[in-house]
Design a protein around this ligand. Structure first.
Ligand SMILES: [Zn+2]
Ligand SMILES: [Zn+2]
Length: 314
């Protein structure tokens, strides 16, 4: 990754957003390893202000603080017409597939992807809308209410998924390997499993793998009860070698889970049901990208802050 001055080329029909802050996500780190074979400007978790529009109908967005859904569909296929543009085969995805992302001063995005950010959600929290939305996707896919849930992975995404699950299932346990991150999980009121103790076998109705690693699925399968559900949230570059017979014998459901609803995420952040301040390890300038990315491999959340953003330093 390099930092360069390049001309900004807004895409026809899009609005132009001046980025205020952008979060570094595990997917960005995986992209640097080759995931999705992406080249261009990465970054898909952002908050910004709409600076220019191309269609008169979009003028109402001018000057507004916004976050944006990252999938841009063709608008014509069956997926797009049924409101699931994230599965359009011709889609572009901000900073991941065929479209420049938010680690930049300016970003081009269709107005249809925008969501206004209420004052109750400051810039630091707004950067988390996209990953919290992805966490909320689990609630759309399975009924979590009153069930015993585990989250495998104590990283930035794991602590978001666990907080989102807790809005429906009070008994959520985080499994991780890092004492410091598990301490933050407990500060957030989440249950944690002692990394020195053996995992309780087949103890959970629902297990979400958010490790970002191949071995996360093994651990999740060992934790889930027969006829339970394992939700896969890890997108990593590589393969997971897996013995599949236990999935058959235990009749475990495996569910892939990606992008989710922005309005639900904005509500959870505005109401404080999901708290992100303890997750932010560092706010960096784009010029500090090398240090910021290497810190993002070890720490929870590292955010790029642009001049003028409302981001308390860390
Ligand atoms: Zn992400
Ligand atoms: Zn489409």
């Amino acid at each position: 990754m390099t930092l360069r001055d390049v001309p900004f080329r807004p895409i026809d029909g899009d609005v132009t957003i001046r980025v205020r802050a952008a979060g570094i996500c595990g997917t960005d780190l995986q992209i640097l390893q080759g995931y999705a074979a992406f080249s261009g400007i990465p970054g898909h978790e952002f908050v910004g202000v709409v600076e220019a529009v191309s269609a008169p109908d979009d003028a109402r967005w001018l000057g507004r603080r916004v976050v944006g859904e990252i999938n841009v569909g063709c608008g014509r296929c069956a997926f797009c017409r049924s409101g699931t543009k994230e599965h359009c085969t011709d889609r572009t995805v901000v900073g991941i597939r065929g479209r420049d992302g938010a680690f930049a001063e300016l970003l081009s995005l269709p107005a249809a992807n925008l969501h206004g950010v209420p004052d109750a959600v400051d810039d630091r929290a707004a950067v988390f809308v996209e990953p919290v939305a992805a966490a909320c996707r689990v609630l759309e896919q399975i009924d979590v209410a009153g069930r015993r849930a585990a989250v495998v992975g104590d990283g930035r995404m794991g602590l978001l998924v666990a907080q989102v699950l807790r809005t429906r299932a009070p008994d959520v346990t985080v499994f991780g390997r890092h004492a410091r991150k598990l301490t933050i999980a407990r500060q957030l009121g989440l249950g944690t499993h002692d990394p020195a103790a053996p995992d309780p076998p087949h103890a959970f109705d629902i297990v979400v793998d958010v490790t970002g690693r191949a071995d996360g699925l093994h651990r999740a399968l060992a934790l889930v009860r027969p006829r339970g559900v394992v939700v896969l949230k890890s997108t990593f570059h590589g393969e997971a070698a897996l013995e599949t017979w236990p999935i058959v014998v235990d009749e475990v459901s495996l569910i892939g889970s990606r992008c989710g609803p922005f309005p639900a995420a904005l509500d959870l952040l505005a109401s404080g049901q999901v708290t992100v301040a303890p997750l932010v390890s560092r706010v960096a300038a784009l010029e500090e990208h090398e240090a910021a990315l290497s810190q993002a491999r070890r720490e929870l959340k590292v955010i790029f802050g642009m001049p003028g953003a409302n981001l308390p330093g860390v």
